[in-house]
Structures are given as C-alpha cells and as structure tokens.
Design a protein around this ligand. Structure first.
Ligand code: SF4
Length: 468
C-alpha cells in the first residue's frame, strides 16, 4: 500500500498510483440497494402489497416524480432513458397513459398525504407545451394532495433551448418553485462535440427571468470529463457560472460507456480527458467554486451557503434520493411515467422502460411495474450508513448502534478493516465514535460508501461507471 506521505505527488496531492487505486467503477448511490439489484420477481402484485403497507392509512408527507421521456435533440453524452423525436404529437398519447397511471396510483394512497416534494424529470419535461404542462399539473392536483406551502420542493428540469421567458412565468404559476437548468459546459468546441449548443446569453437571460419570478432556487447541471474539455476550458466555464451565481451546482462526472449507450458512440474517445486530467478538473472546479463562496456539500453538489441544502446539512437533516439532495424528502416516493422509480419505505420498484410496454400494461388496467426489490434488515442498515455519509459527511456509530440495536464494530468488522486503507490515504478520519469524511474524501465519497456495499463484496463492479 502506498500512503500519501510516501508517494511522489503532483501539485494536487494525488499520484498516479493513488488515482488508479480509486478510479474504479462504482454506484452513485441514489438508492441502496442500487437498481442493479432490482429483479423481475417484484411484480405489480408485490407493489400493491407494499403500497397497502406503506401508502395507505398513513398521513406522512409524500414525494412524486414524473418522468417525461421525450427530447427534441440527442445529446451525445446522454445516459438517460429518453425518446428523441421532433414530433410533438407524441405527448398526447403519453399524457393519456400517464393519466391512467396517476389514477391507479392515487387509489393506493391515503388522500391526506401532503405532497411536499414533486419533481419533473426526463428526457425533457419542457418538451410538453404550456397547455400540456398545465393539464398534467391539474391531473396531479386532482388525484393527490398538492400543497402551496413555502416549504414544498416542486422542481422541474429545464433544457434552456426549449423554454422562453413566458414559459418560466407559466411554470411559476403552476406551482414550481425550483428550476434545474442543464448547462453542461459553456465552451463552444465542447458543445459541438456533445451536440448540445446553447449560448451563454440564453442561460443568462433565463436565470435573470427566473430570479424575477422569485423561484426559490436555481440549479445548474454541469459535467466534467466531456470531449475537448481541459482544466483551462473548464475554468472559463466556471468563471461564467460564478458570474450568474446559481444557488446550486450539480457537477457530474461524464461516464463514457458507448457499449451501453448508443449515442455515446458519436463521441471520439481520443478527445476525452483521462482519469488524471479529470481529477485535475474536479479539483480545480472544486477549489474555484469554494473560493467563490460555494460549499461542497458532498456527492457532486455545491451550494450557496444560504441555500436550504446547506442549512439542512448543518442541521443534520439533509437527505438524498434519485433526484439528488433534498431537504423535505418524504418516507415514500411514487414514480410516475415510463422507467420511473418508486421508493416506498421498504422497497424500490421501477416501471417498464419501453413506451410500448408502458402503454400496453396501462391499457390492461395494470400498473406498469417491471422490477424491484424488497429491503431486508441488512439493506436498511447499509442504506442508512451510506445515506449518512453522503448527506452528513459523517456517521455517529454510537447513535447508529442505538437506532439499529447492533454493535457497530462487530456487525461491520470487515468494513472497518477495509476503511483503514482509506484512512491512510486521507479520505476519512475518526473523531471518537464518529466516522468523518475528510476534505479529500468529499471527492471520493463513492469509494467510501462502496466499502459498506454488500453487493459489491459479492462480485465485480463493471456495470457501474468509473468514479473518476
Ligand atoms: S441529456 Fe437530457 S436533453 Fe439531452 S438527450 Fe439526454 S435527456 Fe435529452
């Protein structure tokens, strides 16, 4: 083993050996167990059982996720479940079936459960026009208990190329209070290489208009590791980002998996930065954003100190789900739409991923469940460890023992042994009974969480993207 103190390091403090050690494939932990563990034994009957147990006779808050799969154009880096089409007539058929699913799902839920969190994702939710978005919100409001409290998190992903100033006003009027803009990179050469050209001025105007309409938070999605990106080009993008000062920044690592995602085959792999260059970019961007005043709250996310996410982290109540970090995640999340994932208290399940299947099952009056997993006690334990490390950047093992009635050092003896190497490399440290993520470890959170992942202990991780 090479410790940091022994290694010949570059200016970032990372040597090639250490980069290679941590540049492994691993999950992003939007759930635990991850989607790879979902299986087809979990049918719509299993979902009904889980719903009966968790969604009925329960007045806890509720989260909703709505997936709109359509996109006008293909972005070459994309790994989402989407349907690329310029035919906007497809929305009608989709909305009609979504309406059936909303009806079926709403019958399983206690009507009093307040929807504290609502997220429209895609694809491109704003592929739907104003009238269609209005119809969809009306449908949701008819079947679920939507609220207008300031505490709600109602967010929508925006492709800046598909919205106007007027559509932002409409979104505010429909009840959305948070926007997430897909920016990715402002460099023209990078934009051409990923087939996503959008001017800085466009993002600037939309940001200004969103502020005028008093959206509670504006978030930008950025990606590093894209073709032709260099630390210099990325620095210029960061300068522009900081000029616009979004409340939140999600800074994702591009995972090049052309064998799995067909559109990525349009990207010349020779134009991609390697793991060492990506680490330079990550470190540069992280320093640039923190110098500008942002807080690195953990996995891929930077937020302004006054933002609700920063405050929630300070108060130890930050949470994370499929849409990223959250302050008001409910115990149950219902996913609506093709490929959407539901997370009830004791299970995860995913809808079918093909539109034809989605339509066909709903036409038969069935929920379009494809697969899922029921959580065992061990899954709940490990989910809690991983969630606390990602959200709070520490784990109080004493409190954990009380919560789950286990002896931490015995239950996780193997994991504690594995953590020693990460401690030597400066990713974690111990403060009495608290396992703490060190500053350097924030960039390697996935590696730290992977130590506690039982399913990785059982087999190879090549189905996941690389950490760097
Ligand atoms: S990145 Fe977003 S907008 Fe681009 S193709 Fe994928 S889902 Fe559609």
């Amino acid at each position: 083993m090479t410790s940091m103190s022994e290694a010949v390091t570059d200016k970032s403090g990372w040597d090639r050996e250490l980069i290679a050690k941590y540049d492994v494939s691993g999950p992003r932990y939007t759930s635990y167990p991850t989607a790879l563990q979902f299986n087809e034994e979990f049918t719509d009957a299993a979902y009904h059982q889980q719903a009966e147990k968790n969604l009925k006779n329960n007045i806890a808050p509720l989260s909703l996720y709505v997936h709109i799969p359509f996109c006008q154009n293909i972005c070459y880096y994309c790994a989402c479940n989407k349907v690329v089409t310029s035919d906007h007539a497809v929305s009608r058929q989709y909305l009609d079936h979504l309406s059936k699913e909303i009806e079926l799902q709403s019958q399983l839920v206690d009507k009093h459960r307040a929807v504290t969190q609502l997220h429209f994702g895609g694809g491109t939710p704003t592929f739907l026009d104003g009238a269609e978005l209005t119809e969809l919100m009306h449908l949701l409001a008819t079947h679920f208990h939507l609220i207008d409290s300031e505490q709600r998190e109602y967010s929508i992903e925006i492709d800046p190329r598909t919205v106007t100033k007027d559509s932002l006003a409409l979104l505010k009027g429909l009840g959305f209070n948070r926007l997430s803009l897909g920016v990715q990179d402002f460099d023209e050469q990078v934009q051409i290489a990923i087939n996503r050209q959008q001017r800085f001025g466009l993002v600037q105007t939309l940001t200004d208009v969103a502020r005028l309409h008093q959206f509670k938070s504006i978030s930008y999605d950025l990606i590093y590791g894209l073709p032709y990106q260099t630390p210099d080009s990325l620095r210029q993008t960061m300068e522009k980002v900081v000029e616009l000062l979004p409340d939140r920044i999600a800074f994702y690592n591009y995972a090049h998996l052309p064998e799995r995602f067909k559109s990525q085959r349009a990207i010349d792999r020779h134009t991609l930065p390697d793991a060492s260059q990506k680490l330079d970019m990550l470190e540069m961007a992280s320093n640039y954003l923190t110098d500008a005043g942002y807080l690195h709250i953990g996995m891929d996310h930077f937020v302004w100190p006054e933002d609700d996410l920063a405050i929630a982290q300070q108060q130890g109540r930050l949470q994370r789900n499929f849409q990223g970090y959250s302050t008001c995640m409910a115990p149950d999340l219902i996913g609506l739409g093709v490929s959407a994932i539901s997370a009830l208290s004791e299970s995860y399940s995913q809808n079918v991923r093909q539109l034809d299947n989605y339509y066909s099952l709903l036409n038969q009056g069935k929920l379009p469940i494809d697969r899922g997993v029921i959580l065992e006690f061990d899954d709940k334990l490990r989910r809690s460890v991983i969630s606390q490390l990602i959200c709070n950047l520490e784990l109080n093992t004493r409190n954990f023992e009380k919560q789950f009635s286990i002896i931490f050092s015995e239950y996780f003896a193997k994991e504690l042994k594995a953590l020693k190497s990460l401690e030597v490399d400066g990713l974690i440290h111990w403060q009495d009974d608290r396992l703490c993520v060190a500053e350097r470890g924030r960039m390697m959170l996935r590696n730290i969480c992977m130590v506690f992942d039982k399913y990785l202990q059982a087999g190879p991780t090549s189905n996941y993207s690389k950490v760097l």
